[in-house]
Ligand binder design. Sequence first.
Ligand code: C2E
Ligand code: MG
Ligand code: MG
Ligand code: MG
Length: 277
Amino acid sequence: RSKAQPEQRISFYEAAMDEAARERRAMGRDLGVALEERQFFLVYQVQKSARTRETTGYEVLLRWRHPQRGLISPATFIPIAEECGLISPIGDWVLEEACREAVAWGLGHKIAVNLSPLQLGDVSLVDKVRSVLLRTGLPPSRLELEVTESAIIGDKGRALHILRQIRAMGVMIAIDDFGTGYSSLETLRVFPFDKIKLDRSFVNELDGRQSKAFIRAIVALGKSLDVTILAEGAETEEQLHVLVAEGCDEVQGFLFGRPCPIENLQDRSFDLPALTA
Ligand code: C2E
Ligand code: MG
Ligand code: MG
Ligand code: MG
């Protein structure tokens, strides 16, 4: 039992919160120079057909190599970038760099780029996507954008308008981390989209009966909506086996590969690197 007086405990919490806030502010400041200092890079994780194990695409994941702290997870720094108003320039960079790399390496599959909900709050995204495709020469059918359910919690009308226009270009839309939001069914009802990415937590708990029931129901819903179902976070053959049996179309996870820089992709199904000389 703590002998500390209530006031002392409160001040302990305050100190800890101050410290956390200070950390976030420091990281926010460092994020401000990360782009110009070229501290970001991209890694790619393969996506496969569940039944045939053929490659169907690659998800693009952002990495930050901090000069003092080393590698920092996007789960840590993306929320800070969103708070500091830096997600727009960072998101623009990711989109451009991914399209550029995919073309430069002659990647023979589509790439899936993550969008922050904040990026869906700005109509200029439509022109950005269009001009990046023109500038890099990536065919629109080779690009997929991943958005989470939280993207429609804000200005729903604007997000829908943006997604419809992007989709009209021939770019695909995937709903990321599906099943973890507050309004999953609402999302499916109003969002224009091509793919559902079933959250990793369902795959994690496959031995539980409930998880399987959810997967089955979502797969059935996906089939009737005529969209692709991808299961995230498959780590074992046993999980893959269940996912195939439940009718998932595609799978992504450590079983098939960790995210890695484009030049190190194990899967050599893409063409030889384009000659740049
Ligand atoms: P996400 O979009 O759901 O990405 C999948 C995450 O799951 C990645 O983590 C990936 O490395 C991890 N993962 C893949 N397979 C497995 C597996 O079999 N087991 C386990 N335990 N994990 C697996 P990562 O790269 O740390 O990214 C975390 C999140 O950060 C992403 O979740 C996404 O929400 C966000 N993020 C990453 N890159 C970007 C970006 O360029 N822009 C934005 N806005 N968000 C990004
Ligand atoms: Mg994603
Ligand atoms: Mg996800
Ligand atoms: Mg996630």
